[in-house]
Structures are given as structure tokens and as C-alpha cells.
Ligand binder design. Structure first.
Ligand code: 5AD
Length: 433
């Protein structure tokens, strides 16, 4: 099982290396000493994460060779498939032409796209976003593994099931040893190359402890490591960077300060945004976004959220639907609609053609089996699989009945590959064009 294709280094310019993949060239940042032209490497998220021998690389490349081009052909065919436009308003058609040509759309125009409820218009919107995705990022789909290592949280977010005032859930905290064992299996047996460690804001996992953990992970495993641990004390993220973390998932949740205050007692939008900017300045790959369908949220707010993710130079957009959790203040509000989520993904793709866009687990929960595929066909190109040990997974109840909660990881991988191959996507993340 493999989630990246090995590439051959063809040029080295200080830390920037050019890597060849079956004739296509991509760039990655190298932090390995003594890397030479001709070496084989694995890259993820634009970073070289491992150097491997030719003997190890060649059989993997041989296995990929045919599949690589077959999948591209399937993707090409689907992108070009015709959809009916007979019943679509000419003004909307014009907007879609403008989007395909990548001319800048005004706020009003983007709002029209975000708000459309017409099935034919939606189909054309998703097709256009899918076209832009392919043009810029080809068929590669990034797959990260997520390990939710603690559901303790000092925050009391009004939508979140692991908020501190929810006394009805059992709390758990994985030990370092358990986390390392989970990573060992993920990297050495399942072949994951990028992992995300997520928890609530857990005071028993302060920066010192996280720093030691990240250091140990980087010592033992060749993996691109993301952390998602909320806001940290001053210099916290710098210390985790020095320990070897290279990505941060931190959503701003909503860019509307009034909504933010409604959702987050005792937290400030400005400090959240500052923390994300701080991570960006340090050099982290940023995964960020917000909740769609929050009580009181308008489509103008969602559009502003997309602009905010772009302003924060998100490497990956993470937008998910609000799903009500019974033990929260927001329990009685309705969930977001699937179409609203798909529209959001498509508009994000139009606004930021180069970004990775994640199909969040919440979206998969909302859209069931088809949701993931629909999102991938509406501009998205990244996935996360849940590697949290099953006994803990069901306790990480940010919202109820999460998609894939019961599925063993091997089954998740099998089903994911089936979906990806059916639409011509390669489970790879090989660097920047
Ligand atoms: N519905 C959807 N997403 C939620 N999250 C927390 N609670 C909910 C909910 N009820 C999301 C937040 C957070 C991420 C870890 O989980 O956006 O950033």
C-alpha cells in the first residue's frame, strides 16, 4: 500500500529540488543532508520526506507506471464529459465561461454561484470547478491519516460535542507509546506518508510534551507531520516546528466576528487569525477553513470565509458542514445541506485554483457513500482517513455518527481507492508544479 510515488531528483538548487515523475517535473523543499541528483525520494506537501534506494524505488515505479497514465485518462474523460446546458439561464452560462477562463469574478457573481439551488446550474458549477482542479493539479489526491489522540478540551464551543461542559462523554488521552504504535502501523504497514495529530485543547498535553512527542516521531518515522491542537502558548508553534512538525490544521471556523463570539465563549477571532498567521510566518503548511451552516450564518459570510482562507495562504482548504450535536447549545439547529457544501467547495476552487481542497469527514457524514465522490467531482482533491484506534474513535464525538466510525482502516483504504480509481484520481501528493 502506498500513498505516494517515488520521484527521481533531477536538479538541486539549495533547498529546492526538482523531481521527475514519469516525465513530469515537480518541486519540493529538501531538508535531507547530502541529497544528490539521481537519488530517489518521496515528497509530500512540497517537502522531501524520505530518501530511498533505487532498488526500493524501481519496483514501486514499475507498479505505478501503467496505472499513472490510465488514471489520468479516466480523469480527462470525466472532466470533458458533456452536461446539458439547455435549461440554464444565459447569464449563468456566461458566469461559468468567465470562471473557466479564470477571469476574476466579482463578489456578487461568486455569491450567485454559492447560492444557486438549481440542479442544472449546480451540475455546471461542479463541472467547471472540476475542470479547474484538473487543469491546475491534475489527478493527484492527497490522503492524510488522522490520529485523534485526546478528546479533553478546555474550550466550550457551542457546536462541538467534545466541549468541556459536555459531561456525558467519556474522555480519553492516548499515551505517547500508543500514539507511536499507531504511527508505526500507519507508516510501516499501511504506507501513509502524511499524518495529522489532532486533539482538543488538552492541558495535559502542553507544548513541552507535544514537542518531545514530535521529536520522537520525526526520529523514528519518515512522515510529513501536521498538528491540530488549537491555540498554543507564545512560541508554542515555533517549538513544534523546530521539533519537526511542518503543517498545522487550525480552522478560523467563521470569519464573522459576531458569529465567532456566538460560537466561542471566551475566545477571540483575532487571536485565532493571529495564531494562523504566526504559523504561516514560521513556514508551516496551513490547513484552514470554517464551518458551513452555522446558526445565523449567511452566504456572504461563507464567501468571506473562502476569501479568508485564501488570505491565509491555505495550502489546503478545510470546510465542513455544521452538524448539530445533542449535548451542545446548538443542538436544535438544522444541519448544513449537502448542496451548500458542494457549492462552497466549487466556489473555493474557482477562487483559489491552486489550493488543495479537503473532503472533510463531516461532509462525508452528511453525504454518506456518495458525498465523497460528489465533492471530489466538485473541485475537491484531498481526503483524510481516520487512524485513531477504534476504541477511542467513537469517543471523539465532535458531532454524532461520524462517517467511517466503525470501519477498520484496511476497509477505509480499500473503499477510498475504489472511489478514487473509479474517477481517475491517483492517491498521491507529489509536490508543486
Ligand atoms: N459539526 C461539524 N464540525 C464540527 N467541529 C466541531 N464540532 C462540529 C460540529 N458539531 C469541527 C470544528 C473543528 C473541527 C476539529 O471539528 O470546525 O475545527
Amino acid at each position: 500500500m502506498c500513498y505516494a510515488i517515488p520521484g527521481k531528483v533531477v536538479e538541486i538548487n539549495d533547498k529546492k529540488v526538482t523531481v521527475d515523475y514519469f516525465g513530469e517535473h515537480k518541486y519540493a523543499v529538501n531538508e535531507f543532508m547530502g541529497l544528490k541528483v539521481g537519488d530517489y525520494i518521496y515528497a509530500q506537501g512540497g517537502f522531501v520526506i524520505n530518501r530511498i534506494s533505487e532498488a526500493e524505488a524501481l519496483p514501486v515505479l514499475e507498479a505505478w507506471k501503467e496505472l499513472f497514465f490510465t488514471l489520468k485518462a479516466v480523469d480527462n474523460r470525466l472532466v470533458r464529459a458533456k452536461t446539458s446546458t439547455d435549461k440554464i439561464d444565459p447569464a449563468f452560462l456566461k458566469l461559468m465561461d468567465k470562471a473557466s477562463e479564470e477571469k476574476t469574478l466579482s463578489r456578487e457573481e461568486l455569491l450567485t454561484l454559492l447560492e444557486t439551488e438549481d440542479r442544472d446550474e449546480q451540475a455546471l458549477l461542479y463541472k467547471t470547478a472540476n475542470f479547474i482542479r484538473q487543469k491546475h493539479l491534475s489527478n493527484s489526491c492527497c490522503i492524510h491519516g488522522i490520529i485523534e489522540f485526546s478528546n479533553y478540551c478546555t474550550n466550550d464551543c457551542n457546536y462541538c460535542g467534545i466541549r468541556k461542559s459536555n459531561q456525558t462523554i467519556s474522555r480519553y488521552r492516548m499515551s505517547e507509546e500508543e500514539i507511536l504504535q499507531t504511527i508505526d502501523h500507519a507508516v510501516n504497514i499501511l504506507g501513509f506518508k502524511a499524518l495529522l495529530l489532532q486533539s482538543g485543547e488538552d492541558p495535559e498535553y502542553p507544548v513541552e510534551r507535544l514537542q518531545k512527542l514530535v521529536t520522537e516521531i520525526k526520529k523514528r518515522f519518515h512522515v510529513l507531520l501536521f498538528v491540530s491542537v488549537g491555540e498554543l502558548v507564545k512560541d508554542g508553534y515555533r517549538r513544534l516546528w523546530e521539533a519537526g512538525a511542518r503543517g498545522v490544521l487550525l480552522r478560523f471556523e467563521t470569519s464573522n466576528p459576531i458569529l465567532y463570539n456566538n460560537c466561542h465563549p471566551n475566545q477571540l477571532l483575532s487571536s485565532r487569525i493571529d495564531e494562523i498567521k504566526n504559523c504561516l510566518d514560521i513556514g508551516y503548511l496551513i490547513v484552514t477553513g470554517g464551518l458551513v451552516g452555522l446558526p445565523g450564518q449567511e452566504s456572504e459570510d461563507v464567501l468571506e470565509d473562502i476569501f479568508t482562507a485564501k488570505m491565509l495562504k491555505a495550502e489546503m482548504y478545510s470546510f465542513g458542514p455544521f452538524l448539530p450535536h445533542p449535548q451542545t447549545t446548538f443542538s436544535k439547529f438544522p444541519p448544513s445541506k449537502l448542496e451548500t457544501m458542494l457549492n462552497t467547495i466549487a466556489v473555493a476552487r474557482i477562487v483559489d485554483p491552486e489550493a488543495k481542497i479537503l473532503v472533510t469527514t463531516a461532509l462525508e457524514t452528511l453525504g454518506k457513500e456518495e458525498g465523497r465522490k460528489q465533492a471530489l467531482m466538485a473541485g475537491a482533491n484531498s481526503l483524510m482517513l481516520n487512524l485513531t484506534p477504534p476504541k477511542y474513535r467513537k469517543l471523539y464525538t465532535i458531532y454524532p455518527e461520524r462517517f467511517g466510525e466503525e470501519k477498520p482502516i484496511e476497509k477505509q483504504i480499500e473503499e477510498t481507492l475504489e472511489v478514487l480509481y473509479s474517477i481517475g484520481r491517483a492517491p498521491t501528493d507529489i509536490g508543486k508544479s
